[in-house]
Design a protein around this ligand. Structure first.
Ligand code: ADP
Ligand code: MG
Length: 536
């Protein structure tokens, strides 16, 4: 059978043509985020198909909101999303690097270098970069960690709120850092974020402990509590509803009364169990019957109902408690402990604040509108991710393109020692790395080529790898003293992720597109054919 019959239902592009088209798609995608890079990057206004709008400077938010159909663009978005997942920063950089490497690879393909040779050269360059990142990095102090979170927020919101978010992120990372199996772990998911639209952005703050927008079940329950026991229930303290459709034939009022009394007694037994377990705080995913409020208040128990399961799980981690399906099943081992519990009213919303041994913190994201609050929330998540990663792996590199230029300089010297055509690929890889400082300069309104040449010459003359572009002062500066620093992991991951995507795209030499037909639903088709059953 010939190809034409097998592939009847597909459109096909092969060889160089396929590569050219794929690279064009990557360049188009990078073009969408290029202008957002760095502190002088501009924002994008995104409007979805329901007319909702969002203003953001975050690469991955732009990419994930775009309705992109090209499969190559999807591959790049996926590698940027992976970057976001693992290090929370460097998402724009990943896409820009991949697109630049692909463009440079294309020039080599046109000169007759095989894509497989280029891929080999790129792999050699990537390994070289990984080996040399260590000598370019330095140990982070607490002060440096704050500088790194500030750098991760560059270009987002304004300077004052950047410092507030960055200070909150570092403090939150401190609150969740702990030792586990001999290594330091800082889990950002242990920080709760709550949002308030209305107050100014500057009112965003960090609170020690977990805060939930919840009101205690009854005002007579204690508002503040000293250290005590807590029980977390995946169910509730309610009268049972009949699960099957049965009819109860009640023959006398006394039968009905005894039926209700038995149910009431069942709830009272559960309150007694709470007293026996010395519970002072109760949080349930379901409801708490009104008739039990007084009994709970009398026993000095403060209760919260309708607490979301995700919040119960967060509380369980903070208090060392185990979530139980019902109060009946609760045992001593399921009970957790807390240091203090209090209620506070912010604006017109009641909040429950719980402090525990295991730390934990809550960030209150404020802003005048939902859109601003959303951006504050995203910025905090990024800064927190960076701060947590730095607690676990406290290594930094100079930012502002300094490290990209330092790596490119070393790569060019290394390329000279490689005899085959891979040498050309390694040089192309080095050129690609330099695209980051070039774009940073471009976005700061400077000449990209002159700026790059100036930094390269200062780095070489002074043998100083920390010289990069400070986009704020628009001068080449020592990035460590200018406090523009980034986690080494962000750069390492961006290089690996972008190179992986680049090589995957280079290796494609055949694109088969299924021919898409407009589908017609069966019932519509039946109507058109006149075979639909008569409904009259
Ligand atoms: P990404 O999504 O890749 O993190 P950003 O828009 O956050 O993109 O920009 C990050 C880049 O901006 C990094 O290379 C960082 O070194 C650089 N950068 C941050 N602050 C400055 C500054 N003051 N001057 C120059 N470059 C900076
Ligand atoms: Mg960033």
């Amino acid at each position: 059978m010939s190809d034409t019959t097998i592939l009847d239902e597909t459109d096909r592009t092969t060889g160089r043509d396929a590569l050219r088209k794929n690279i064009q798609a990557a360049i188009a995608l990078a073009g969408a985020v290029r202008s957002t890079l760095g502190p002088k990057g501009l924002d994008k206004l995104l409007v979805d198909d329901e007319g909702r709008s969002m203003v953001t400077n975050d690469g991955i938010t732009v990419l994930e909101s775009a309705k992109v159909e090209h499969p190559i663009a999807h591959m790049l978005i996926a590698s940027s999303a992976a970057q976001d997942q693992s290090v929370r920063d460097g998402t724009t950089t990943t896409v820009l690097l991949a697109s630049e490497w692909l463009q440079n690879a294309w020039h080599l393909v046109v000169q007759g270098v095989h894509p497989a040779t280029i891929a080999r050269g790129f792999r050699m360059a990537e390994s070289f970069c990984k080996e040399h990142l260590d000598e370019l990095s330095f140990e982070a102090t607490k002060n440096d960690i704050e500088a790194a979170t500030m750098t991760s927020l560059s270009g987002k919101l304004h300077q004052k709120i950047q410092s507030i978010i960055s200070a909150c992120a570092v403090e939150a990372a401190d609150a969740v850092v702990m030792e586990s199996n001999g290594s330091v772990v800082a889990d950002p998911t242990r920080v709760k974020v709550i949002t308030r639209s209305g107050p100014a952005v500057e009112d965003s703050k960090l609170i020690t402990g977990l805060a939930l927008p919840k009101k205690r079940a009854h005002v007579e329950m204690p508002s503040s509590l000293p250290p005590g026991n807590i029980l977390l229930v995946d169910g509730g303290l309610e009268l049972r509803s009949l699960s099957t459709d049965v009819h109860l034939n009640v023959t006398s009022t006394s039968a009905l009364k005894s039926f209700q009394d038995a149910e009431q007694q069942r709830l009272l037994d559960q309150v007694k169990m709470l007293v026996d377990l010395e519970i002072k705080l109760l949080a349930c995913r379901e409801g708490i019957d009104d008739s039990m409020h007084a009994y709970l208040a009398d026993a000095g128990i403060k209760a919260f109902r309708r607490v979301a399961k995700s919040d119960l799980e967060l509380l369980a981690r903070g208090c060392g408690a185990r979530l139980v399906p019902t109060i009946h099943q609760a045992k001593q081992a399921d009970v957790g402990v807390f240091i203090s519990s209090r209620c506070e009213r912010w604006g017109d919303v009641d909040h429950w604040i719980l402090e525990t041994d295991e730390g934990g913190a809550t960030f209150v994201a404020s802003g005048s509108t939902d859109a601003v609050v959303g951006e504050v929330e995203r910025c905090f998540a990024d800064a927190l991710g960076v701060a947590c990663r730095l607690k676990e792996h406290p290594k930094l590199i100079p930012g502002g393109g300094a490290t990209y230029i330092a790596l490119a300089r070393r790569l060019r010297r290394y390329a000279e020692t490689v005899p085959g055509r891979e040498q050309l690929a390694i040089e192309a890889f080095a050129d690609g790395l330099e695209s980051i400082p070039r774009i940073l300069a471009e976005n700061a309104g400077m000449d990209p080529i002159d700026t790059l040449l100036q930094i390269v010459s200062i780095q070489t003359k002074d043998e100083d790898d920390t010289i990069g572009l400070n986009a704020i002062t628009r001068q080449p500066e020592n990035m460590r003293t200018s406090r523009v620093v980034e986690p080494v992991r962000v750069l390492e991951q961006a290089i690996c992720g972008a190179n992986e995507a680049t090589i995957a795209i280079l290796r494609i030499d055949d694109v088969l597109w299924a021919k898409q037909e407009i589908g017609v639903p069966d019932d519509v088709q039946a109507n058109l054919d006149g075979t639909a059953p008569d409904r009259r």
